[in-house]
Ligand binder design. Structure first.
Ligand code: UTP
Length: 290
């Protein structure tokens, strides 16, 4: 088995109920961070981390995602005619970003079930999983941080971040031992524990490196929290057979699938933009926030 992570899976078939009505007829992965859809932000992260081939697991609303990564013939023609070379290059570049294929999760039965749809895409090699609504703003691309750990240890890796206080109850939480700075060997993991019972302050977020033995583990996983097939449960089963590592990510994570998280991510990304940052900062300063 090659030790290189070449493939990535993007589960994008969730119903996005936290973002209704925007997600009624369009995927939340197409919500823009300023002007770039969330899914493009994370596809770029994957490519910057060395990924060569991507499978997007879509649901009933797949068309906008597929169209976004396809050639946009009329638009390109028009941009060419109007000599908008920069915009043309940008639009064309999106369709050439990397190899992308699609499969459909017919029912939103949970993240574990969505990942199971990738079993034909990557039957024999370890692969990356990225959830586009978890945006990680970091110096080293988040997925690269996981790949570095995988290449060293050769076992599955989950991304975590520190969460202070009762907010930890919204996450899967690891019980783990630090084996080198910011790298942990996982002893156990619990989905959404009560604050008092959380085994640590390290919450699992939407980046994983998984190995193909996860597929039978998912098949054997019963419906868990919310009646969904949870990836945490399948990984927990696998823990009995092989080591699992966690990396505490360097960077800031935003939950862009949540309205407040999305607003915060939007403001932070806008402030960093060369073309918008200064004016936007002035506008924010001018607000009477009392
Ligand atoms: P979320 O927990 O954010 O669920 O899924 P959701 O359904 O998308 O959104 P809410 O909570 O109802 O607002 C985490 C990731 O797993 C994918 C989602 O697309 C998202 O990227 N997912 C979830 C699937 O692909 N299929 C599923 O059945 C469930």
């Amino acid at each position: 088995m090659t030790n290189k992570i070449r493939k990535a899976v993007f589960p994008a078939a969730g119903l996005g109920t936290r973002f209704l009505p925007a997600t009624k007829a369009s995927p939340k992965e197409m919500l823009p961070l300023v002007d770039k859809p969330l899914i493009q932000v994370s596809v770029e992260e994957a490519v910057a981390s060395g990924i060569e081939s991507i499978l997007i697991v879509t649901g009933r609303e797949k068309a906008p995602i597929e169209n976004h990564f396809d050639i946009s013939f009329e638009l390109e023609q028009l941009l060419k005619e109007r000599k908008k070379d920069e915009l043309f290059d940008m639009v064309r570049g999106i369709s050439e970003i990397t190899r992308i294929s699609y499969t459909r999760q017919k029912q939103a039965l949970g993240l574990g079930h969505a990942i199971l749809q990738a079993s034909d895409f990557t039957p024999n090699e370890a692969f990356a999983v990225l959830l586009a609504d978890d945006v990680v703003d970091s110096e080293v691309p988040a997925m690269k941080q996981l790949i570095d750990v995988y290449e060293k240890y050769g076992d599955p890796v989950v991304a975590t971040m520190q969460v202070e206080g009762p907010a930890i109850s919204r996450f899967g939480v690891i019980d783990a031992e630090e084996v080198e700075p910011n790298v942990f060997r996982v002893r156990d993991m619990v989905e959404k524990p009560a604050f008092e019972e959380a085994p640590s302050d390290l919450a699992i977020i939407g980046r994983y490196i998984l190995t193909p033995d996860i597929f039978p583990a998912i098949e054997n996983t019963k419906k868990g929290a919310g009646g969904e097939i949870q990836i945490t449960d399948a990984m927990r089963d696998l823990l009995e057979e092989r080591p699992l590592y966690a990396v505490k990510l360097e960077g800031t994570r935003h939950d862009a699938g949540d309205k407040l998280g999305f607003l915060i991510a939007t403001v932070e990304f806008a402030l960093k933009r060369d073309d918008l940052g200064n004016e936007f900062r002035e506008y924010l300063r001018s607000l009477d926030l009392s």
